[in-house]
Each structure stands twice: as C-alpha cells, then as structure tokens.
Design a protein around this ligand. Structure first.
Ligand code: HEM
Length: 400
C-alpha cells in the first residue's frame, strides 16, 4: 500500500475529487495534481488532522492505474465522442433557417409532392389487389417487418407503400425543424408543419386499421379523405412560404370570392361522392374485401353532376378574371380549368372503359392535384404583405 499524507481544509475538496476520479477512472492528471498540492511536510503547524489516502498495492502510487486496464482511456474516448456530438448538434442548430428561405420553400414543395405521391402508391396497392399484401400491421407478417419473397409482388407493393410513410415522415419533420427558430413570428408555418409531422403517424395508424378491418370500404375512404386534407394543408403551406402572414385583404369583388368558395364546396362534394362510388365499385384492394353495397351506377351519376357544376362555376371565374383584369386570379384559374378538364375526361373514360386500373389510379392522383389548385385559388382571393419586407401585396401574388 502507498500512503499519501494530505491535510488542511483545502485538501478536503481535493481528496473528494480524487475519490470521485478514482471511482470513475477519470483523467489521471487530476489525481496527480491532487497528490502534489495536498502533501505537506510532517510537523507543519496546522489545526487540521492529517488524513492518509491509501491506494492499493501494485498501483505504484499512480492513482490512474487503480482503474482496470484501458477503462480510463475508454472514458476519455467517450467524453471526446460526447463533445463531438454536442458540437455537431450546435452546428446543425446554427445552420437551421431563421426566416423563410429557399430551403424552407423546397421542403414545403417536397411535402406537397410526397403527400400526393402517397395517394398514388396507395392507389397502386388497391388497384393491384395488394391491399392485404402484408396481412398484418405494423409487421408485414407475424414473423417479419418486411415482405418476404413468398409474398410475391403484392407484398412488395404493399410494403413499398408503407416505406413511403417513412420518407414522408422525414420530410414532415424536416419542414417542422426548418420553421422552429422563427415559430413565434410565423405561427402559421409552425402549425402547418406540425400537423403533417403528427398526422403522418395518425395516417399510418388509420392505414393499419384499414388492413386490420379487412379493407372495409368506409375505412379505406376515411384514409383517402385524410390524404386529401393533408394535400390541402400542404398547399396552404406552399402558398404561405411565398407570402407573409400580415393582414390579408380581399383582392377581388365579393361576388367573385363567394363564387370561388361555392366552387371549392362542389369540389369537396365531388371527391366525397367519388370515394363512395369507389367503395361500391370493383376495385376493393383484395378479392375477399367487402363493398359498401350502394348502387354503383347511380353513384357514378351522383358523382359526375357536382363535377360538372364545378367545371361550370370555374368557367364563370375564368371569364370574370379576364373581364375584370384580376391579375392575382388569371393564372391560377387557368390551371384550375385545365386540371378539371383532364379529370373529367379521365373520369368519363374510366367509366366507359370498365374502370381500367391505370385510369382509376390517374383519377385519384388528379383529385389531389385539383384539391391543391383549388386551395391555392381560394387563398389567392386575398392579398398579403410578402415575407420580404417592402414587397407590395400585388407583387407577392405575382411571386407565386
Ligand atoms: C371534378 C371532377 C372529379 C373529381 C375531383 C373526381 C374525384 C374522384 C375521386 C376522389 C374518386 C375516388 C377515388 C378513390 O377512392 O379511389 C373518384 C372515383 C370515381 N370517379 Fe371521379 N372525379 C371527378 C369527375 C368524374 C367524372 C366526370 C366521372 C364520370 C362519370 C367520374 C367517374 C368516377 C368513377 C367511375 C369513380 C369510381 C372508380 C372506382 O370504382 O374505382 N369522375 N372520382
């Protein structure tokens, strides 16, 4: 045993440090410094008692060797690693946007595109009859999280759709991170990124219930409605990252605004009746899945009528936007007319051709595109100050 005589009040703390360092096998330099400072010559005048600190035999008096071989080094490495991670996290935090910039706009677009793409892959699952390609959830089979070769192409398609959820989740979380630093100034962006970040998980659960319910057509329909709502919110996000959140004032005549809102109502009705039509149709997602029992032929008509009303109202908006020189409306209403024309043509074609899978899939994706364009049309009824100071409302609208 090696004995060190240490004494004096200042040494008490050092003794404590030494014990902690010894116990945790920390930097040996600390220990050696303690030994030098705390050693006092025998017989020195002090009111304090001399306390011997002992180290086990074989330690050679060097406290660090009290630790089992290599542990001190491992701790050091761990500390270095923790430091590196902290620095990287700090650098990442500094890199995050402090206002709306190009990165924020890109991620807002990515979110909208990914939400729409998910409807496309979801459609592929249903239309290829892969709805139960992975028969259980969250696992693909009772034994495996991923599809197995025996499950064939249906397993791959269904598993691919599930995988897209992860991509979507990453995009949604990135969007949330990108507005985190200026969430107080832009509460609108914070909420619009928070919803997809949370609802992607919610959608995953509804997707799971869809599978567990054996593809109940109403649950499948709810799943689609949620996707359409997320697409609409994604469009609001895209619109908002190009515009400020200042006071918004009506930039069109009141009757024009009311007509636009009525048009958007008919779009919503068309989509919901369309979902019911699908629930009664042949594309259930699996041969054993139940149908909603409604009359498919009648529903097709009930679905087409609001679609035609939507188109008629949009033509009124188009003529008015030109006649009244509503600059903020012209381009977006042209886009609306174009999407509606293609969607109606695809709808009619699929109904007459016995619902070929590819057309039904295109019809689903176009329904989302139409929802996005309609949402932006409604938002651009009002003008706001741009995010960039000094930009007039009219310029902000042109920037879109
Ligand atoms: C504004 C125009 C339209 C919109 C927004 C729209 C939207 C939709 C939506 C969202 C669905 C449900 C898709 C699904 O759940 O998979 C659907 C289904 C359907 N739509 Fe349309 N649609 C429009 C026009 C039309 C027109 C004019 C027809 C012509 C008859 C039509 C025929 C159909 C048919 C037959 C289905 C059922 C497909 C199936 O059974 O899988 N659609 N539509």
């Amino acid at each position: 045993m090696h004995t060190y005589n240490v004494q004096g009040p200042s040494c008490a703390a050092q003794r404590q440090d030494r014990r902690i360092a010894e116990t945790h096998c920390l930097n040996p330099i600390i220990l050696q410094a303690g030994a030098v400072n705390c050693s006092k010559p025998a017989g020195s005048h002090s009111n304090n008692t001399t306390t011997p600190i002992t180290f086990p035999a074989g330690s050679g008096g060097a406290p660090s060797t009290h630790c089992p071989g290599g542990r001190a080094g491992t701790k050091q490495e761990e500390l270095t690693r923790v430091n590196a991670i902290t620095k990287a996290a700090q650098r990442f935090w500094n890199w995050l946007p402090t206002e709306v910039d190009r990165r924020v706009r890109v991620v807002a677009w990515l979110n909208l595109v990914a939400q729409t793409a998910l409807v496309g892959t979801g459609g592929a699952v249903r239309l290829t009859g892969s709805g139960l390609g992975c028969p259980t959830w969250p696992r693909c089979t009772a034994e495996s999280f991923i599809s197995t070769p025996e499950m064939g192409i249906h397993g791959v398609i269904e598993f691919g759709n599930r995988t897209l959820f992860f991509v979507l989740q990453i995009i949604a979380l990135t969007a949330l991170l990108f507005v985190l630093k200026y969430r107080r100034q832009r509460r609108d962006l914070f909420i619009l990124t928070l919803i997809p970040a949370c609802s992607v998980l919610f959608q995953a659960v509804v997707g799971g219930i869809t599978v567990l319910s054996g593809l109940n057509p109403y649950v499948v329909g709810l799943h689609f409605v949620l996707s359409v709502v997320l697409v609409a919110l994604g469009s609001v996000l895209v619109y908002r990252v190009y515009h400020g959140n200042g006071d918004r004032t009506l930039a069109v005549p009141r009757w024009y605004a009311i007509t636009t809102h009525i048009t958007s109502f008919f779009v919503a009705v068309t989509v919901i009746v369309g979902i019911l039509t699908t629930g009664s149709g042949p594309h259930a997602g699996d041969s054993g899945a139940a149908r909603n029992g409604l009359d498919s032929e009648i529903l097709q008509h009930l679905h087409a009528w609001p679609a035609y009303v939507t188109f008629g109202l949009t033509l009124v908006l188009l003529v008015a936007a030109w006649a009244l020189r509503l600059d903020s409306q012209r381009r977006i209403v042209v886009a609306l007319v174009a999407v509606e024309l293609v969607q109606i043509a695809v709808g009619l074609a699929q109904a007459r051709m016995g619902l070929p899978e590819i057309l039904v899939g295109i019809h689903m994706v176009l329904a989302c595109v139409l929802t996005a364009v309609m949402t932006i049309t409604v938002l651009s009824l009002k003008a706001t100050a741009s995010v960039r100071s000094g930009t007039a409302p009219a310029e902000a609208i042109r920037a879109y």
